[in-house]
Ligand binder design. Structure first.
Ligand code: D61
Ligand code: MG
Length: 439
């Protein structure tokens, strides 16, 4: 189905797309993103390598925008070296291990990527990144460098791991560890930046490291589940053997989906990913600056929507699946408040439950996991209590109450948008009616 007809058949999404394109006011001006030719080049590279992360990074508070943009490009460059199967491990491993130290130079670049590697331009234009990186506040530079060092070495260890190369990810513990290096560490660095800028509650970085870890793992695991077919096609896979071996003898056999074994395996991995939901909601409750909140929330709500889409979905086994563009517009607008995010999670959790069949071997476990999320959400708000019963003031309840106070400032903005949309819509409808009846 074409993109336009898809939108017309989903009117709420059409409304969101129009609102997003014509009505929503940006939080900050973005004219400072082209202050120097190098910076302009960096933002061009950002748009070239990821449309979705580019969109959320552009909206950020200028205090963090360049830092997070460069953090992204530096890790994208590192990941491009890791992903390029044409580079000899003898070359690759030292590049990964020494990547962080190259941040001290002013002109390092890497020309050894295959011409087919989609993001190789980031490595060719690395001197532009370095130039802008050195202009960042020293404490922001340090965070970026520390995380780059840890990720580069983590990736290098995997390349040298014979068993990983031969058989892929073995256990669920290894799965979590791999995801830690490529995504959990990003959550770590971003959290440090957000706390340094005073955009979140300080406990975010010190109290419970599991929260920021879950932010990355929830995103990475969702990508891994969704990309089964694409990864297998490229001759690799990140599905942990400990899970898929319950369903098939060889990983590629999942695609046959004999007796529904393929989708049961997908559902098993979705179950695993759902274990991060409560952490994600807690983390989001701790971000108090609006642009950082949206930056953190948008990827997470897209992930839960993607999990609902891949759940019990045979198509994942041989094709790419992707949520509709209109759905993304709807999610971007709705996820601006914590309450909106929570409602999105509730909606997709119920969607998953409705797609779960009674013959699924994890029927009970999945129901229990979803109930745990729903119970947690009830604890967050406690707004369905009988009369005269006072809410229990648990840590998450108090945290949510603080965040809700902050979100209340946003209500007039959202109402104004809705009002403008309705005025314009009624004007357009009146104009069409006039033409229709009187021409
Ligand atoms: C809040 C907001 C964004 C967050 C977050 C918390 C916590 C973690 C993450 C983003 C990272 C999530 C990564 C999920 C997507 N996975 C990938 O891109 C894989 O590569 C991982 C290594 C490079 C990480 C690059 C990255 C991503 C997002 C960022 C960032 C750095 C820096 C700042 C902000 C967001 C995947 O790559 C796909 C590809 O090569 O095209 C792979 O190779 O597995
Ligand atoms: Mg990679």
């Amino acid at each position: 189905m074409g993109k336009v007809s898809q939108l017309i058949s989903h009117p709420i999404e059409l409304k969101s797309a129009l609102k997003l394109k014509f009505l929503r006011q940006p939080l900050f001006p973005t004219d400072d993103t082209s202050a120097t030719p190098e910076l302009k080049k960096c933002y061009k590279l950002l748009n070239l390598t990821s449309r979705s992360f580019a969109a959320v990074i552009m909206e950020l508070n200028p205090e963090l925008r360049n830092s997070i943009m460069l953090f992204y490009l530096i890790l994208r460059a590192l990941d491009t070296v890791e992903d390029d199967m044409s580079i000899d491990p003898k070359v690759k491993v030292p590049v990964l291990r020494e990547f962080a130290s190259k941040l001290e130079t002013s002109d390092w670049k890497f020309e050894g990527c295959a011409p087919t590697e989609k993001d190789r331009q980031v490595l060719l234009d690395f001197p532009c990144i370095l130039k802008e990186y050195h202009k960042l506040k020293p404490e922001y530079q340090k965070v970026i460098k520390d995380i780059t060092y840890k990720m580069g070495n983590g990736m290098a260890d995997y390349i040298l791991d014979e068993n990983f190369n031969l058989n892929g990810v073995a256990t669920i513990k290894d799965y979590d560890k791999y995801c830690h290096y490529v995504a959990g560490l990003v959550g770590d660095g971003l959290t440090q930046l957000i706390v340094l800028a005073n955009f979140g509650t300080p406990d975010l970085y010190n109290e419970n490291k599991q929260l920021m870890e879950s932010m990355g793992l929830f995103l990475q695991k969702t990508n891994i589940i969704r990309d089964y077919a694409e990864d297998l096609n490229d001759g690799r896979s990140f599905y942990p053997q400990e899970v898929w071996c319950k369903y098939v003898k060889r990983l590629p056999d999942l695609a046959k989906n004999e007796d529904g074994k393929g989708v049961y395996c997908i559902n098993d991995l979705v179950l695993n990913a759902l274990s991060h939901v409560n952490d994600v909601l807690t983390y989001l409750s701790s971000i108090h600056e609006q642009s950082s909140f949206q930056f953190c929330a948008i990827p997470q709500v897209m992930a839960i929507a993607t999990l609902a889409l891949v759940f019990n979905n045979e198509t994942v086994l041989h094709d790419n699946v992707k949520i509709r563009k209109g759905t993304t517009c709807y999610l971007i607008l709705k996820s601006r408040t914590l309450k909106g995010c929570v409602e999105i999670f509730q909606y997709y959790l119920r969607e998953i439950k409705s797609k779960l069949t009674v013959v699924d071997p994890n029927y009970l476990k999945i129901n229990i996991q979803i109930a745990k999320c729903e119970q947690f959400i009830e604890e967050m708000y406690q707004d369905k209590l009988p009369p005269n019963v006072k809410p229990l003031e648990t840590p998450i309840y108090l945290k949510v109450r603080e965040k809700t106070k902050i979100d209340e400032r946003l209500i007039p903005v959202l109402q104004n948008e809705e009002f403008k949309f309705n005025i314009i819509l009624s004007m357009v409808v009146t104009a069409f009616a006039a033409i229709y009846f009187y021409h």
